[in-house]
Design a protein around this ligand. Structure first.
Ligand SMILES: Nc1ncnc2c1ncn2[C@@H]1O[C@H](COP(=O)(O)OP(=O)(O)OP(=O)(O)O)[C@@H](O)[C@H]1O
Length: 468
């Protein structure tokens, strides 16, 4: 919504109209981008940054703090350009002299370069960075004689190290993914033939292909919609960065990413091909699947728990998948599961919940406290995993609009009394090892406890299932 103000009317940060200011806050709260702005560019000392991070809307507090020093919108625009954060720049563009708009356009043209650098940038070993110097708010300099702002090499380095600070350790060799020429992927899928379509997701279509004599699944992302201020670029940047990091944490229950392509009509990601598709496909008996036996269901539950607890425990801080659901659990030829779709994965805190600015994920798999209070923790994954256990044990969908009264599977399961529980069993799974049903359902109930502190950590869930 344009407010109609111009750059001559809105000079200082405190003049920013409410709408644009709150949109800017949303962008900068995402992934804690405001921290780089505050620490590296505004030179706010670490203590203040830590205080701000406890606020519900830290960017808004930051703007108030910095705005009190009579800083201008143009100054902010320049700092954002140094961060390559043109999603944020777009929000305040109309309050900046048009001669500076080139800074956004250049950033836009450099999207490919940025994604390349995300994918190829070596990630340093995890180490405690030296504390940011406690510098009081200095006045901005950094305008070249021609009026075009620049950042000093030292500032650029500081920015890079501040961005890298949030990443997990990766050996350099593992951080680099080979790039595939787009034409090769086109040929691998017989020119993106409809016969090779495996499925469609929110951001693209997945094709089966044969590339370098290897079966692969190629996700071809939609071509970018027009307009610089859409969510598409954010989505691309996040998924490329996060997929790269998580993929490098190779594990038998995490879907490997082989390659990517950025030199064609649409960005592509090349994954290991999973011949049995997703657990959702199998439970819905798509593509000629037969019902899973109880033993297979146990193996899938166990492997999925193994993958999630690995993510939660491998780094100093847990990685939270954020979108555990049957559609994101892929099955290999032996029906062993691998977790896919790390587009929403985020780094959490070891001992405390993290406040997020935006709820992402899939509603029937998300607990109330996350939807209400936006508190992210490993227990979000535990809850979503519990819903998958309900799907495995009852054979029912996590959400079914045609189910009378209880559309969400969680509500449906909770509505049954203890003695009637066996009536919920998926009868198509056969008689052998029927006791798996009860185990999955009870662990599912435990994982979906309404109080997050009453839910188990996934490591414990894995051990429980493994001992059965
Ligand atoms: N590696 C793979 N091997 C085989 N089939 C796959 C593979 N990856 C995805 N698929 C198939 O493609 C479908 C779409 O996958 P995709 O990840 O794009 O969508 P989604 O997870 O259903 O949706 P969204 O990503 O929007 O949450 C899956 O449901 C699955 O059937």
């Amino acid at each position: 919504m344009a407010t109609g103000f111009t750059h001559t009317e809105v000079k200082y940060i405190y003049n920013l109209p409410y709408h644009e200011r709150s949109e800017l806050c949303k962008v900068l709260n995402l992934n804690d981008s405001w921290k780089e702005l505050a620490g590296t560019w505004m030179k706010i000392n670490e203590l203040n940054v830590r205080t701000l991070s406890r606020e519900k809307n830290p960017t808004d507090e930051l703007l108030t703090l910095w705005g009190q020093q009579n800083h201008t919108v143009l100054e902010l625009f320049i700092l954002l350009s140094r961060m390559d954060n043109y999603q944020a720049m777009v929000q305040i563009k109309s309050f900046v002299d048009p001669k500076y708009h080139a800074l956004i356009d250049n950033g836009e043209k450099n999207l490919q370069r940025i994604i390349h650098s995300i994918l190829n940038e070596p990630v340093p070993p995890l180490q405690m960075s030296p504390p940011l110097q406690a510098i009081s708010f200095g006045h901005l300099n950094g305008l070249s004689p021609a009026g075009i702002p620049y950042a000093s090499p030292k500032q650029r380095d500081e920015a890079m190290s501040s961005r890298k600070k949030t990443m997990i350790t990766l050996p350099k060799t593992e951080a680099n993914l080979p790039e595939a020429p787009y034409q090769e992927l086109e040929a691998a899928t017989s020119g993106w033939s409809v016969h090779n379509i495996l499925g469609k997701g929110g951001f693209g279509t997945v094709y089966r292909g044969q590339w370098k004599n290897t079966y692969v699944a190629i996700k071809r992302l939609e071509a970018r919609p027009s307009g610089p201020d859409d969510q598409y670029i954010i989505h691309l940047q996040q998924s490329f960065r996060e997929i790269k990091i998580l993929n490098s944490r190779a594990h038998e229950n995490i879907l490997p990413l082989y390659s990517y392509s950025l030199n064609g009509e649409a960005p592509c990601l090349v994954y290991m091909f999973m011949p049995n598709g997703s657990l959702d496909d199998v439970l819905r008996l798509k593509r000629g699947h037969r019902p899973l036996t109880w033993i297979q269901r146990h193996v899938i539950a166990l492997g999925t728990a193994r993958g999630i607890q690995y993510l939660h425990t491998i780094g100093e801080k847990p990685w939270i998948h954020g979108d555990i659901k049957s559609a994101n659990i892929l099955l290999d030829k032996n029906m062993e599961p691998k977790l896919g779709d790390f587009g929403l994965a985020r780094e959490g805190h070891e001992h405390e919940d993290v406040l997020v600015s935006r709820i992402q994920g899939t509603r029937p798999y998300l607990p109330d406290e996350y939807l209400r209070e936006k508190m992210l923790s490993t227990k979000i994954d535990t809850y979503s995993y519990g819903i998958v256990l309900f799907e495995l044990s009852t054979g029912l969908a996590a959400y079914d609009g045609s189910r009378p009264q209880y559309k969400f599977l969680k509500q449906f399961v909770d509505s049954w009394s203890e003695c009637d529980i066996p009536l919920m069993m998926d009868k198509t799974a056969g008689k052998e090892k029927e006791e798996v049903f009860k185990n999955l359902l009870f662990i599912g109930k435990w994982c979906t406890n309404s109080h997050s502190k009453d839910r188990p950590e996934m490591e414990y869930v894995f051990r429980k299932l493994n001992n059965l």
